[in-house]
Design a protein around this ligand. Structure first.
Ligand SMILES: [Mg+2]
Length: 381
């Protein structure tokens, strides 16, 4: 197989699957916001989880196994089936089963096959459980965050569906679905404010105001973006895709940096100190989920800095898809020591030096690494 076609089939499949998963999430989010429901649960670490998380994981797992027939499909994903298997979770499980079947029934629209008959409870639990691979240095592993930024999701704000493929420890492709991240940046604030003040109003129907799916294949030097389809629109792939590129800005005073919304996930005072020592003047863009990676890949922002509090270990599914997309769009992602992130060592980004620095270009990246070294000793992380 020619190098340029390598992973073509996998990318095609992954893009279709992520589009479908985004549509599932949009439906669940609409219902969640329009009913006063108890559909948001807390996990052991207190982070929220909804039927969308399990339903996307089950659907993606089923579709990958179905289409990569004959391969032993290894999937590293965020959710497990424990909560759903409990005796008091019958209603929850029934909601997941309905949501998955509703989603899979729509598969032909995306050029995928639906199951011959609706999946049963045990098949769906099995599909979720099957995603318990721990990755590693050898072979192919799909990496999935079914809903990245569940907190943003339940607030009607930004979230992402992230699917990546690792082969022999190296990231080879990434697909990032961002259902509330409009194709045009100018519409972001509009949507955001709308959600803040009118969380239950229907979303606008203009295609430019809807979300997007971004994707890239390692070594292609290209990252792409496609609008999500809605209503009666036809799914056109890859015709509707357009190239995206990182921002050319390399002057820190003109650069925008993103950081997580949640303080538990990031040390805001350290990043604020870092930003001021680098001469960043703009207000940070605080966005839920891997949409931050999308923002950098398509030039809406220049820098994403994340320094987790001590004891927090970064998981590969929170970064994999975003990293390959930024890199192919012309950007750089490393740890704070300037080393590439290592996706080969299991579920966690083991050996990560302090934090993650994603950036639109080498010039800015070098300045950040320098600023980290200068301000590290005075920080209290
Ligand atoms: Mg998640």
């Amino acid at each position: 197989m020619e190098e340029k076609d390598k992973y073509g089939k996998e990318l095609d499949l992954a893009v279709r699957i992520v589009h479908m998963a985004c549509s599932l999430c949009q439906k669940v989010q609409r219902r969640l916001l329009s009913t006063a429901s108890d559909q948001v649960l807390a996990k052991d670490d207190d982070s929220p989880v909804t039927i969308a998380d399990w339903s996307v994981q089950a659907s993606v797992s089923w579709l990958l196994s179905e289409f990569l027939e004959g391969q032993n499909v290894s999937i590293v994903a965020e959710e497990d089936a424990q909560t759903l298997s409990k005796s008091d979770a019958a209603n929850l499980l029934a909601a997941v089963v309905d949501t998955v079947n509703e989603c899979l029934a729509d598969a032909p629209r995306y050029g995928l096959r639906s199951p011959k008959k609706a999946l049963g409870t045990s098949q769906i639990l099995e599909a979720i459980r099957r995603c318990n691979s721990t990755g590693g240095t050898r072979g192919r592993h799909w990496v999935l965050d079914p809903v990245d930024g569940t907190l943003g999701f339940v607030r009607g704000d930004q979230y992402a569906v992230a699917l990546a493929l690792i082969e022999d420890g190296k990231l080879v492709l990434g697909v990032l679905g961002c259902p509330n991240y409009p194709m045009k940046k100018e519409l972001l604030n509009y949507n955001h404010q709308r959600h803040q003040t009118l969380p239950r109003s229907p979303r606008p129907s203009n295609i430019w105001e809807k979300g997007c799916v971004m994707y890239a294949r390692r070594g292609s030097g290209q990252a792409w973006m496609q609008p999500l389809i809605h209503g009666d629109m036809k799914f056109e792939w890859p015709n509707s895709a357009r190239l995206v590129q990182v921002s050319p800005v390399d002057d820190p005073s003109l650069a925008t940096f993103c950081e997580p919304v949640e303080k538990a996930n990031s040390n805001h005072s350290f990043t604020a100190g870092l930003a001021s020592s680098m001469g960043l003047r703009k207000k940070p863009m605080r966005v839920h989920s891997m949409v931050k990676y999308a923002a950098i890949a398509r030039g809406d922002a220049e820098i994403f800095i994340k320094f987790a509090r001590s004891g927090y270990k970064e998981k590969i599914w929170d970064h994999a898809a975003g990293v390959v997309i930024i890199e192919e769009a012309g950007g750089v992602v490393t740890d704070a020591g300037g080393r590439p992130l290592d996706f080969s060592r299991g579920v966690y980004l083991e050996g990560l030096d302090r934090g993650i620095i994603a950036c639109s270009g080498l010039a800015l990246h070098e300045k950040i690494i320098g600023a980290v070294y200068a301000s590290w000793d005075s920080s209290n992380l």
